[in-house]
Design a protein around this ligand. Structure first.
Ligand code: URP
Ligand code: ZN
Ligand code: ZN
Length: 482
């Protein structure tokens, strides 16, 4: 067989095994995996390297207006370039509906924005206005097009859809085999804490962490899971930041419910002490839910190790430390007026590899599962996330021994800071491929704007976690069919 490229002499890591092998690539796909492969118009020596599926970044805000209307610093070009330098071959950012906007209009807007992506992409919708038209026509049409996941919020004035709205969306998603994701924090609890803190004049960045209590996440995760169980729908809980929230996910999974979840590096790497840096520096570390403490970090690691989380995503939400982003409302703005979110799309994989695999907390196979394979399965990306014949040649070749300190320049995004600045990490993705094309090689970008393609996604795969209807809906269905 003639190959365009052969990656030889490397150690292939998949979600289930690690072995020495060569990979032959033809027309953008993996054509063969074998102990030895001859030929190849290009031969890439992967001696001493790990050859893994390119990362799938399943949680990123790119060319998206925030809940408060601020545009992210990254567009699809800079966001995808940054992702590629961080070892990702594809990503699924959000396409956000503003109240009053049709889903067709949302998708048209993001299709135009995403046209410059260097890596393959899809979107998760964000639904903030579940009107009858959205539920009956807009969402089904989006699902038909292969946009098979959507996110809802239980908080933020302009996004919170309430329990009734969430049930409506869960029902429609269930009927079409789509997956609902949730940002879970109790809106009233956060609003109440904001008022309590304001009354005490506590408005510096560090109070953001106090304003969004662990209980607010735990309550909202419990509620979201409960609503999903009533609706008989699968649910993906994003950016879990608390031990209690993770425990609720774990319990639902132990019961066999189709509940999926992720956490993010910032909840494992940072604490609320970072929000107490001098002056307004703490603004850089404001995200929601907030970063917590070292005890929580330890608990989240245990949940990663015991299988509570399907993936570790970046929640890349890049707002610069200037008047276009964090400091839009002035250099001394109170914390509720500071943009929520931090960048991390380039840091996610190197940070997790170093802190997870190198430090012995994760097997390399688990790293692959958490960063590519599980996201592909859950979000219906049929041809990516695995190294096997027939799959897209989305591959990252890692030097597992290179030691470097994180710098802003290495992130290749449009940001003016990185929360991971100065951290010493071991392991670097040296070569990153999307559909067989080398897009990053030893710190150089080869990919070009517009090279990425839209990924039409399948329905959510509930194999092994089909769930069961609650008693009352089972009774209702039984009556219906009588
Ligand atoms: O603070 C964060 N994570 N901002 C991004 C939007 C969101 O809540 O996911
Ligand atoms: Zn969120
Ligand atoms: Zn997010």
């Amino acid at each position: 067989m003639e190959f365009d490229t052969v990656i030889h002499g490397g150690t292939v890591v998949t979600a289930s095994e690690t072995y020495k092998g060569d990979i032959g690539i033809s027309a953008g796909r993996i054509a063969a995996v074998a102990e030895r492969l001859a030929g190849g118009a290009r031969r890439i020596d992967a001696g001493g390297r790990l050859v893994m599926p390119g990362g799938i970044e399943a949680h990123a805000h790119v060319a998206q207006e925030s809940a408060a209307g601020i545009m992210t610093a990254d567009d699809y070009l800079s966001g995808s370039v940054s992702a590629a330098f961080g070892g990702n071959s594809s990503f699924i950012p959000f396409a956000a509906q503003h109240r009053g906007q049709s889903i067709d209009d949302v998708i048209a807007t993001y299709d135009a924005r995403a046209a410059q992506s260097v890596i393959d992409y899809s979107y998760h919708l964000i639904v903030s206005d579940p009107t009858e038209e959205v539920l009956s026509t807009g969402l089904p049409r989006a699902f038909e097009r292969g946009i098979t996941s959507l996110k809802v919020f239980t908080t933020y004035d302009l996004l919170n859809i309430g329990d009734a709205g969430m049930l409506d969306i869960l029902g429609v998603a269930r009927d079409h085999g789509a997956l609902t994701m949730v940002h879970a924090e109790n809106h009233a609890m956060v609003a109440w804490m904001n008022r309590e803190l304001a009354a005490r004049g506590m408005t510096a960045p560090k109070y953001h962490a106090i304003s969004r209590p662990e209980l607010a996440e735990e309550e909202a995760i419990n509620r979201a899971i409960t609503l999903a169980q009533l609706a008989g729908a699968p649910l993906f809980v994003v950016h879990v930041s608390t031990e209690g929230g993770a425990a609720r996910v774990q319990r639902a999974r132990a019961e066999g419910a189709p509940i999926f979840a992720e956490t993010c590096p910032q909840y494992l790497a940072l604490t609320r002490a970072d929000l107490d840096r001098p002056g307004m520096e703490g603004a850089k570390y404001i995200c929601s839910p907030p970063v917590r403490d070292t005890a929580t970090q330890d608990a989240l690691w245990r949940h990663i190790q015991s299988g509570t989380f399907d993936s570790v995503s970046s929640d890349h939400a890049p707002y610069r430390y200037d008047e276009t982003g964090k400091l839009m409302h002035g250099p001394g703005a109170p914390y509720p007026r500071i943009a929520n979110g931090m960048p991390g799309i380039a840091a996610r994989l190197p940070w997790l590899f170093s802190e997870g695999v190198v430090k012995g907390r994760l097997r390399p196979e688990t790293f692959v599962a958490l960063t590519a394979t599980n996201a592909a399965r859950i979000f219906g990306v049929a041809n990516k996330g695995r190294i096997a014949p027939g799959m897209d040649a989305d591959i990252a070749i890692w030097n597992p021994e290179t030691v470097r300190r994180v710098t802003l320049a290495d992130q290749h995004d449009n940001m003016d800071f990185t929360p991971f600045d100065g951290m010493e990490l071991t392991g670097v993705p040296e070569i990153v491929m999307t559909r067989g094309a080398v897009i990053v090689e030893h710190g150089h970008l080869h990919g070009t704007a517009g090279q990425g393609r839209f990924i039409p996604r399948d329905r959510v795969d509930l194999t092994g976690r089909p769930g069961a209807p609650v008693k009352e809906t089972a009774l209702m269905r039984a009556e219906e069919t009588r």
